[in-house]
Write a protein of this length. Structure first.
Length: 99
């Protein structure tokens, strides 16, 4: 599916495909990125780099943010959502190193 040139997600999608060429044929990628972007905006992401990182995770781990524990953590009040997302990533990386 071709995307309009004015789609703000097109450069992020292209970057994702450059890093993961196997995703070029994923017919669900555009729709998943759009849903993940909408979610990110609703929970309060404002930093473009954090949003791009969030979408890169969506590309390789579909619907990761819909897991109840992750969703609850990202929606928790207090610190900015970008900081909470960075903590989620740090915990995942730490757990992967242990396993």
């Amino acid at each position: 599916m071709d995307e309009p040139d004015d789609n703000p997600l097109a450069p992020i999608r292209q970057h994702i495909i450059e890093g993961h060429p196997e995703l070029a044929g994923d017919a669900t990628l555009v729709e998943r990125l759009e849903r993940a972007y909408a979610y990110a905006v609703v929970v309060g992401f404002t930093d473009f780099e954090a949003i791009a990182r969030f979408l890169r995770y969506e590309a390789t781990a579909p619907n990761f943010y819909r897991q109840p524990a992750i969703d609850a953590w990202l929606r928790a009040p207090g610190q900015p959502v970008e900081e909470r997302f960075a903590e989620v990533l740090a915990r995942v990386k730490s757990r992967l190193r242990r396993d």
